[in-house]
Write a protein that binds this ligand. Sequence first.
Ligand SMILES: Cc1cc2nc3c(=O)[nH]c(=O)nc-3n(C[C@H](O)[C@H](O)[C@H](O)COP(=O)(O)OP(=O)(O)OC[C@H]3O[C@@H](n4cnc5c(N)ncnc54)[C@H](O)[C@@H]3O)c2cc1C
Length: 287
Amino acid sequence: MKPAPLEYLAAATAEEALAALARFDGNARLLAGGQSLVPLLSMRLLRPTAVIDINGIRGLDRIAAGDGVVRIGALARYSALQASAVIRERVPLLAKAVPFVGDRQIRNRGTLGGALCHADPAGEMALCAVTLVARLRIVGRAGRRELDAEAFFQGPYTTALEPTEMLEAVEFPDGAGAEAVVVEHARRHGDFAVVSVAATGLPAPDGSWRWIRIGLGAVADRARYARRASEGLAGTRLQPADVEAAAARCLEDAEPAADVRASAEYRRHLLPILVERALGELARRRR
Ligand SMILES: Cc1cc2nc3c(=O)[nH]c(=O)nc-3n(C[C@H](O)[C@H](O)[C@H](O)COP(=O)(O)OP(=O)(O)OC[C@H]3O[C@@H](n4cnc5c(N)ncnc54)[C@H](O)[C@@H]3O)c2cc1C
């Protein structure tokens, strides 16, 4: 199918994009990589009056480290994240997650901002954002505001973004020195996850872990930070009993649904297995 008739505008600056969003009074969509928006338009699941192309906004794809954070412009493409030494060294979880997204074509066009605004509960970028407590920097005509990832995601394909606002950048804490693991079960490599688990932590010199954070994907209506399981692991050495207890806590926090990829029961079966696998891999790294 083809999209319903719509107007196409190209914005050269953030101000132009915001003015255009305001002009269409919430009935326009920003176009980033188009990897989710274009299929939705083509299937006529979305029928905006206009799309506003933000690909020409200079600097919106910038990646920079400083003041304890790594700031990634909303238009940074997956492939740029993959190629970035800053991301590999300072946000290793993101670097580990990107190869699970789609295929090379998707990664060459799709953007971090687009993925977060699309808010797929199985999306790897949302998983990283909630696990690492990313701060999302939002701009609207009234000014700028910031939200934690957990407050940004409000449900499947639903965010706290107003229709006339734009996601400008995402700030991840500078995690230099942290270890990170992403494990995922998908029907085929590159498919959306049936279940995904992110685990990251900072090892201490005495063999314990200063902190560990676990994120869960595709087992609730949005990506989840597994708070109780994570907090319970701080200061441990990730012994088998610690790992088993964390996996059980993650399962208690999960509310999986059935969809075309898997039943809720199968997701519940997989989740503790993947949590144990992710934490086991972290523990092996330490050894
Ligand atoms: C075959 C296929 C396989 C895929 N596999 C995966 C996968 O395994 N894992 C995964 O996570 N994703 C997957 N995706 C989705 C992909 O990651 C998309 O790139 C991503 O969801 C959207 O990014 P985009 O830049 O293409 O955004 P677009 O498609 O351009 O936009 C998506 C939505 O975000 C809005 N938006 C975009 N940028 C902004 C902004 N800066 N501010 C406000 N709103 C904005 C748009 O208006 C639109 O509503 C797959 C897609 C396809 C087609």
